[in-house]
Design a protein around this ligand. Structure first.
Ligand SMILES: NC(=O)c1ccc[n+]([C@@H]2O[C@H](COP(=O)([O-])OP(=O)(O)OC[C@H]3O[C@@H](n4cnc5c(N)ncnc54)[C@H](O)[C@@H]3O)[C@@H](O)[C@H]2O)c1
Length: 316
């Protein structure tokens, strides 16, 4: 099997590509290595990918250029993980979300349609639950009140996929990831920022005065979930939660970081940020039933593993 992986230089894309290569699959990877965060981290992730791997540096928001770049590359599955991520940034640069997450998603759906791939797996987000007050979040819940443009683009991706799966009979699976963390993670996300600040003796910013709960999901569990989904094409279009099924108190995560680094955190308490939600918590019963997948890494093990990696990579 040859898999087209988009966002292959990203946090989740590089980890999924590494797992596919390790089990002997061929991978064609696309990424534009954009500067949303340090592209050196993206290049460092790519440098670790070994095996039957071809890398294409390309913006998938440009349909014609994408088609030209993919010409001559065969693949029979698509794992579309490339996107403009980040809730806060969608209030600053909304058009980058339209280009990568709306036009880009359509471009990949069109590739799937023309190539008649056997399965199209793509990244959605827990943010689609938006102002949903019922916890834990289940896929059957309504998801029509996004509180950021990022969330709105991810929900739109699900709806576009629904129409393509129906019209062109391509099996599709959308995966709603819940706050992913771990080695080779993302510098714009809270856990990376906290570890970095604590090790440098700088204050950490706790929004909503730290009264936040997140379903933190370790990267290895996410990779296992993506592969479990990829190996089980649905009859039409399926959507699954990939979360740890625990709503962790942010202050507990801070305490784990203090324990793992041996450094005290200087807490700066701030108001809630626009676009953010106070709690996320995944109901994964349906995912487990359909994919036979369940997370295995608690934050008690995951946070120290992330801190270890962070110290080695940053030299702090
Ligand atoms: N990490 C999380 O906690 C989380 C949570 C929910 C959903 N997601 C989703 O999972 C997917 C992967 O996220 P990630 O954490 O690995 O983010 P990431 O930013 O590390 O990876 C995304 C990659 O896509 C690439 N990319 C973006 N726009 C592109 C374009 N137009 N053309 C080509 N490449 C482009 C970027 O350069 C980057 O390497 C994204 O769709 C994201 O929205 C992530």
């Amino acid at each position: 099997m040859t898999v087209l992986v988009t966002g292959v230089a990203g946090f989740i894309g590089a980890a999924v590509a590494a797992a596919l290569l390790a089990r002997g699959e061929a991978v064609v990877g696309v990424d534009d290595l954009n500067g949303y965060y340090d592209p050196q981290l993206k290049r460092d992730r790519l440098a670790r990918l070994a095996g039957d791997f071809a890398f294409i540096a390309q913006d998938f928001g440009d349909a014609a250029a994408l088609d030209a770049a993919l010409a001559g590359h065969g693949f029979d599955r698509i794992v579309h993980l490339g996107a403009q991520a980040g809730v806060g940034h969608s209030l600053i640069d909304p058009y980058s979300y339209v280009r990568s997450n709306l036009a880009g998603h359509l471009n990949l759906l069109e590739v799937a349609r023309r190539r008649q791939v056997g399965h199209f797996v793509y990244a959605s987000s827990s943010s689609v639950y938006g102002a949903n007050a019922r916890l834990p979040f289940a896929v059957a819940d309504r998801a029509d009140h996004p509180v950021s443009l990022y969330a709105a683009t991810k929900r739109a991706d699900e709806l576009m996929s629904e129409s393509y799966a129906h019209l062109f009979r391509i099996p599709m699976t959308g995966l709603r990831f819940f706050t992913v963390y771990g080695p080779w993670g993302r510098p714009d996300m809270a856990m990376w920022k906290f570890i970095d600040a604590v090790l440098r003796g700088r204050p950490i910013q706790l929004y909503n005065a730290g009264r936040m709960r997140r379903d933190f999901t370790y990267i290895d569990d996410i990779v296992a979930g993506v592969l479990a989904a990829l190996d089980r094409p649905p009859a039409g279009h399926a959507i699954h939660n990939l979360g740890n099924h625990r709503a962790e108190d942010l202050l507990r995560v801070v305490a784990l970081i203090e324990a793992a680094t041996g450094c005290p955190a200087i807490r700066e308490l701030l108001p809630m940020q626009p676009g953010d939600v106070p709690a996320t918590y995944a109901d994964i019963a349906a995912t487990t039933a359909a994919l036979g997948w369940a997370p295995t890494t608690s934050i008690d093990d995951g946070v120290p593993a992330f801190v270890d990696w962070f110290r080695g990579y940053s030299g702090l």
